[in-house]
Design a binder for this molecule. Structure first.
Ligand code: NAG
Ligand code: NAG
Ligand code: NAG
Ligand code: NAG
Length: 398
C-alpha cells in the first residue's frame, strides 16, 4: 500500500489529470476497424455506422459518418447524432424481454430518419454491453443470453446491416476507452498535420492514460514504462496507424459508482443491529428505504451477505465527508499483493506513467460540481465537495 500511495502522490504532482466529457467509449474503435477495412474505392462519398453503448444504467445510440475514400489514408470519423434511450440499462429487462423492442424503438426510428434510405442496407449496427450485463451473466447465464437474444431479434428487424450484439470484456472496455481518448486527442496522428492545435501542445511520443468510471465497473488503462507486464491478463498489445502499443488495463467489476454504493450499504448493514442505517454518504435529512432482496441480488454484495432479521431497512443521511470517505475506503483491500505493486484487491498495477484523462462518470460528477476546468486545484475541489456534503437534503433537493 505504501508503494502505491507514494507513486500516486508523486504522479499527482508530476502529472496532469484532465477530466474529459465525450460521448461514447466503445464507438470509435469499432469504426476505426471499419474504416481500416474499407480499402476498396467506393462510389458513395459518405458512409454511416450505428453503435449502441449498452451501459449498466442506460443505453446510448451514436451515429457516425466518415468519408468512404479515406482522406490522406486515414479515416476521419465524425459523430453526427446521439440518442439517449429512455429507461434503465438492458440488464434490467431480464424479466420483461418483450419490452426490449419498444425500449430501443425510439432511437432506432430516429436513426432511420438521419441516415439516407439509400445507405440503410450498408450501414453497420453494433451493440456492445458492459459490466451491467457481465453481472447479470454471473447471476444467470441463461437470463443474460435471453436479453442478448432479444436485442439481436429487435436490431435485426431494422433495414441496417446488423453486425452483432455482445457483452464486451473488461479488457476490451479498457482498450476502447484508451483508444477513444487518444484518437480524440490526436495522439495517433502526430505527424499527419491533423489536430495540429492539440499536437503542438503535447509531447509527441506520449499517449494519455484513461480513467473510466461507469455504473458497474471502472477501468484504468495506460502505457507503462516497462512493456513486460507481471500479469499477462492485464497486458494488451495492438497496432494502430502503423505503430505498436503495449498497454496495461484493468476493469474493476463492482467498482462502478452504483455497484460500489451497493457494496458499501451491504458492508454497513452487516454490522448494524437496527433496521435504520445512519449513513455519512447521504445528506442530513435524506431518507430512503432499501429492499434487502434487491441489495443481495447483485453479485457485488456477496461477500458482505448475512441473514438479516428484516426485509427492508431505512437509510438516514448524516452528511459527513470524512466518515463517508473512510467508509468507502474500506471497500478497497490494499493488504495482500502477489506482485511487486498492486492497485487493490490483489490486482497488479505497474508504476503510474504519464498524464491521464478521466471521463464517463468522473466527468458527469465533476461537471455537476463545475470542477472540470484544468485550473481547479485538488484542494478547491475537495472544499467544494465537502461543503456540498454538509448541506441538508431539503436545501440540496430544491
Ligand atoms: C490531406 O492532405 C492534403 C494535401 O496534403 C491537405 O490539403 C488536406 O488538408 C489534408 N486533409 C486533412 C483532413 O488533413
Ligand atoms: C521489466 O519487467 C520485467 C518483468 O518484471 C523485468 O524482468 C525487467 O527487468 C524490467 N525491465 C526494466 C527495464 O525495468
Ligand atoms: C423487495 O423486492 C422484491 C423484488 O425485487 C419483491 O418481491 C419484494 O416484495 C420486495 N420486498 C419488500 C419488503 O418490499
Ligand atoms: C454550477 O454552475 C451553475 C451555473 O453557474 C450553477 O447554477 C450551479 O449551482 C453550480 N453547481 C454547483 C454544484 O456549484
Amino acid at each position: 500500500m505504501e508503494d502505491i500511495k507514494d507513486s500516486n502522490e508523486n504522479s499527482c504532482t508530476r502529472n496532469i489529470l484532465v477530466i474529459l466529457g465525450f460521448s461514447c467509449v466503445i464507438s470509435v474503435i469499432v469504426l476505426i476497424a471499419v474504416g481500416i477495412s474499407q480499402n476498396k474505392p467506393l462510389p458513395q462519398n459518405v458512409k454511416y455506422g450505428i453503435v449502441l453503448d449498452a451501459g449498466s444504467s442506460h443505453t446510448s445510440l451514436y451515429i457516425y459518418s466518415w468519408p468512404s475514400e479515406k482522406e490522406n489514408d486515414t479515416g476521419i470519423v465524425q459523430q453526427i447524432e446521439e440518442c439517449q434511450v429512455a429507461g434503465p440499462g438492458i440488464s434490467k429487462y431480464a424479466q420483461k424481454l418483450q419490452e426490449i423492442g419498444d425500449y430501443l424503438a425510439e432511437c432506432m426510428e430516429k436513426t432511420r430518419d438521419v441516415i439516407p434510405v439509400s445507405k440503410h442496407h450498408e450501414t453497420p449496427v453494433y451493440l456492445g454491453a458492459t459490466a451491467g450485463m457481465r453481472l447479470l451473466r454471473m447471476e444467470s447465464e441463461q437470463l443474460a443470453d435471453r436479453v442478448i437474444d432479444a436485442v439481436i431479434r429487435t436490431l435485426s428487424t431494422y433495414p441496417f446491416n446488423f453486425q452483432g450484439a455482445t457483452i464486451i470484456t473488461g479488457q476490451e472496455e479498457g482498450a476502447y476507452g484508451w483508444i477513444t481518448i487518444n484518437y480524440l486527442l490526436g495522439s495517433f496522428f502526430q505527424n499527419s498535420g491533423w489536430f495540429s492545435g492539440i499536437s503542438e501542445k503535447m509531447n509527441h511520443e506520449k499517449t494519455f492514460g484513461a480513467l473510466d468510471l461507469g455504473g458497474a465497473s471502472t477501468q484504468i488503462t495506460f502505457v507503462p514504462e516497462n512493456h513486460t507486464m507481471e500479469s499477462p491478463e492485464n497486458s494488451l498489445q495492438f497496432r494502430l496507424y502503423g505503430k505498436d502499443y503495449y498497454v496495461y488495463t484493468h476493469s474493476f467489476l463492482c467498482y462502478g459508482k452504483d455497484q460500489a454504493l451497493w457494496q458499501k450499504l451491504a458492508k454497513d448493514i452487516q454490522v448494524s443491529s437496527d433496521r435504520s442505517l445512519r449513513d455519512p454518504c447521504f445528506h442530513t435529512g435524506y431518507k430512503k428505504v432499501v429492499n434487502v432482496s434487491d441489495l443481495y441480488k447483485t453479485p457485488c454484495t456477496k461477500k458482505f451477505k448475512r441473514t438479516l432479521p428484516f426485509d427492508e431497512f431505512q437509510i438516514q443521511g448524516t452528511g459527513n465527508y470524512e466518515q463517508c470517505q473512510q467508509s468507502i475506503l474500506e471497500l478497497f483491500n490494499t493488504g495482500d499483493c502477489p506482485y511487486s505493486q498492486c492497485a487493490f484487491n490483489g490486482i497488479y498495477l505497474p508504476p503510474i506513467q504519464g498524464n491521464f484523462e478521466a471521463f464517463s462518470a468522473f466527468y458527469f460528477v465533476m461537471n455537476f460540481f463545475n470542477l472540470t476546468s484544468e485550473k481547479v486545484s485538488q484542494e478547491e475541489a475537495i472544499r467544494k465537495i465537502r461543503n456540498f456534503c454538509s448541506q441538508p437534503w431539503n436545501e440540496v433537493s430544491t
